[in-house]
Structure formats: C-alpha cells, structure tokens
Design a protein around this ligand. Structure first.
Ligand SMILES: Nc1ncnc2c1ncn2[C@@H]1O[C@H](COP(=O)(O)OP(=O)(O)O)[C@@H](O)[C@H]1O
Ligand SMILES: [Mg+2]
Length: 439
C-alpha cells in the first residue's frame, strides 16, 4: 500500500520512516518533505502543499491513508477536504482542531468540562486587559488566541512586561489576526511534560510519554524555540499520574468534543504542568504530534504504526496494543545560525554520510531531518533550509547513556553557525522519585 504524510519537518520524517517499516507498506510519499525524506529508503518527496493538489494526488495514486504532521493544514481543513473526496486521513476536522487553533475556545472548553487548567480571562479590548492585569500579579502569561507558530506566548516575569505584551498584541497588532483576541492566564510553576495519545472519536490509545526542551540554550536559558531536544519516557509521569491524566484530562476532552458535536479523530497532544503540590494542569492542547517528541516516540515504538492508525480510523482502538522499547530515546536538535529569530539558509552540512557510531547498532540511532534540502553543484549536498535542521535521536539503557550516544553523533555533524544544547535530558536525570518504567 502507498501512504502519504503531509509536512516537511523532523516529526514527519520520523512518522514516514516508521510507517515505511510496515510490511504492508510499499511507499510513503512525504509532501513536501526534506533532504532526509528524499534520501530515506521507502520514502519519496512530493512537491505539493495546496490541499486540492494533495486530494487530487491521493485519488490518482490510490493512497490508502494520509497522516498529517503540522497544524497549518488542520486549520485549513485538510481532513474535511479528504473526507469530502472519500479518502482516508488520520487528522481532526477543522472544527475539532479548534482545540488547538483557538486558545480562547480551548480554555472555555476546559472550563466547561472541568479539565484542570490555569485560571484565565479573554480580551479583545486593550484597556480591559490592562485593568485585569492591574488586579493580578506577575509572573503572568499572555497568549495570542490564534496560531502563531510558537511565537504567540509571552511568559511575563514582571507586570511591565505583561502590559507591554498586551499593547504589542492588541494595539500594535504584531501577531496580526492571531492576536485580535488574547488569553491572559495565571502562571504555573512546575515540571512541563508532553502526553500524546491517538483518538478514534471515542477511544484513546496513549503513546509513550516524553519531555521536550523549549529554550534555545543550556540550563533552559535564552528565547523560546519550537523545541531543542526531547527524551522518552519521562520519569515524571508515574503510573499513578498516568492514570490521573487519562481520567481527568484525556477522556473528558475526547468525550467533551464528542458531546459538543466535534468528534475528535487524530493524534492529541496535551502539554501539561505538574505543579509542586502535585496538581496536573493543561497548558494547551495540540491537535497533532509534537516535534521533537515524535522522533523519540517513534524510535521506541515497536508496533506497526500503520496498523495502529488503521484501527483508529476503524474506531477500534480498544483492540489496539502498543509495544515499546524499554530503553530511553533521546533527541538532540541541531539548529541553524540565527535561529529562532532569523535562521540562515544554504549552509552546507558536513559529516552526515560518514558518521562513526562506535558500539551503536544501526537501529539504535537515527538522524531525522527538519529544515534541510538537497542542493549544491550536483544536487547531492545537504544544505540547511530552516530553523531547526536535524534531530539526532538515539536509544540508551538510561537517560545518561542515550544522551552520551546522541552527542557522540551530533558532534560529528557540522555546518557554519550550528547551534545545539548540550544538556538535553538533564531534567530527567534530576528526578528523584519512583521510576516510571517504560510509560
Ligand atoms: N500558564 C503558564 N504558566 C507557565 N508557563 C506557561 C503557561 N502557559 C504556557 N507556558 C509556557 O509557554 C510555552 C508555550 O505555551 P503554549 O500554551 O504551549 O503555547 P504555544 O505552544 O502555542 O506557543 C509552554 O510550553 C510553557 O513553557
Ligand atoms: Mg506549546
């Protein structure tokens, strides 16, 4: 069977790579893909991004199943367009994707269904927002309502910063349409974790837990990014917390969407904060997998992903079972010069084809590509083409060993202005409670 993955980042490389391992899959098209998916066995890039073109292609090529990576196509209604053409796609409809597309919708939804989240208020009027801030204390969080490619949230440490963020969004309109409405929410302290599940409309299959690193520099310093690394599983999600998250957050969300007439199908990502007094609160929902969490999760998934998605589309996730590698997977992102503000393109990436892997077996590491393209004189050089460039992902018996393995490989890959953190995984190593095992 032939499959289609929509997107061109590291998450999509990992998804397509995993799908291609199924014995029933002969080829996975990736639209538009990157240099990594172009070079990967069993994958083929497709230079298409417009939804009508993708529908046309899926019909013509008899694509058995389409999987969507990023949020933008969800907001454009890619699932609705595929459904209208009677094509199979694993992604929420535009209506169901409101859970991610509008933070105001999402917060109000959580309130309606008693899903624990920080207290909030929504504003489109700047002076009302300022008055609200005057009654609150910093730190406080200002969020653009709409999609903002990870740039719509200001965690204001002072009240001055908070007022400035309100003006930037509501008065100067620096977020455009996405910032016409803003959500102001209470600041939560604690440990941030990622909890991703598959949903078939009713039933839920949890994937392995993970944790990502959002700041650019070591020690969680510097600006926010799309994610500079991740590891799976996280010891912070014990079996007890896992059960609680499913009961108090995931099931109420899936049932809530169903009862509100927006049946949810697809991957569902809950960004969670575990507070010092052991409350678990939702920071946000994403209607897709996370990047780079996916790279670590796919590295550990032993089950056939194609079969799991088929079961989700047939509404039979209750019969689905996942088998996970008990080892830790850890991914280190290598980013371009100038990322995140002004990533530079066209730097030549060296070292990819002659990595010395020491004791690592070929299935114990994988270099997933994000912002890369093939170019140079003969079209066979790998060039940088985006902010996050690569994610070196490895397995290890524990976080420390997975980390050592990842950096051993990452250090061999070079391009001008290369940026990476050197401490991915450290939060997991500071954990002192009971181990979570292989959740
Ligand atoms: N209420 C909050 N308290 C503390 N930090 C927060 C809060 N909300 C968001 N953050 C931080 O800001 C980041 C981005 O916020 P999020 O709601 O995930 O928006 P997006 O991913 O759309 O930018 C989070 O990953 C978290 O680190
Ligand atoms: Mg987020």
């Amino acid at each position: 069977m032939k499959l289609l993955v929509i997107g061109g980042g590291g998450r999509e490389h990992a998804l397509a790579w995993k799908l291609a391992q199924s014995s029933r899959v002969i080829k996975v098209f990736v639209a538009p893909g990157n240099a990594g998916t172009a070079l990967e066995h069993g994958l083929e890039n497709l230079p298409l991004t417009a939804i009508p073109d993708l529908v046309e292609f899926a019909k013509k090529e008899n694509i058995a199943l389409t999987v969507v990576g990023p949020e933008a196509p969800l907001a454009e209604g890619v699932a609705d367009a595929f459904h209208a053409a009677d094509l199979k796609i694993f992604a929420p409809t535009r209506q169901a994707a409101q859970l991610e597309i509008s933070k105001d919708f999402s917060k109000a939804f959580m309130r309606r269904h008693n899903i624990p989240t920080a207290a909030h208020a929504t504003f489109s009027d700047a002076s009302e927002a300022h008055q609200y801030l005057d009654r609150k204390e910093a730190p406080i969080v200002i969020k653009a309502d709409g999609l903002a490619a990870g740039k719509g949230v200001i965690v204001a440490m002072t009240s001055t910063e908070a007022h400035a963020a309100v003006d930037a969004m509501l008065v100067n309109k620096n977020m455009g349409e996405a910032g016409i409405k803003i959500v102001i929410e209470d600041f939560l302290q604690g440990e941030e974790v990622s909890f991703i599940v598959m949903v078939d409309g009713h039933q839920v299959l949890p994937l392995a837990t993970s944790q990502d690193y959002k700041r650019l520099r070591d020690g969680d310093q510097g600006p926010n990014t799309g994610g500079m690394g991740a590891f799976s599983p996280t010891p912070f999600i014990s079996p007890e917390r896992h059960g609680k998250i499913m009961r108090e957050i995931i099931h109420p969300a899936v049932n809530g969407m169903l009862h509100e007439g927006a049946r949810y199908t697809g991957f569902l990502y809950a960004g969670l904060m575990i507070t010092p007094d052991d409350e678990i609160k939702v920071l946000e929902f994403n209607c897709r997998l996370g990047d780079p969490e996916t790279q670590t999760i796919m590295m550990r998934l032993k089950s056939d992903l194609f079969t799991l998605i088929e079961q989700a589309l047939n509404g039979s996730l209750d019969n689905a079972e996942t088998e996970w590698d008990r080892r830790v997977a850890l991914g280190v992102v290598i980013a371009a010069h100038g990322y995140p503000e002004t990533p530079r393109k066209n730097d030549i990436i060296q070292g990819l084809s002659n990595l010395t892997t020491h004791q690592l077996a070929s299935d114990e590491f994988h270099v997933f590509h994000s912002g890369t393209t093939l170019g140079g004189e003969n079209g066979d050089e790998v060039l940088t083409a985006g902010g996050r460039v690569l994610c070196v992902t490895t397995l290890g018996d524990n976080i420390k060993m997975a980390q050592r393995n990842a950096y051993q490989i990452a250090e061999q890959i070079y391009f001008d202005g290369r940026q990476m953190r050197h401490d991915i995984g450290y939060r997991g190593m500071t954990y002192t409670g009971n181990r979570a095992g292989s959740l």
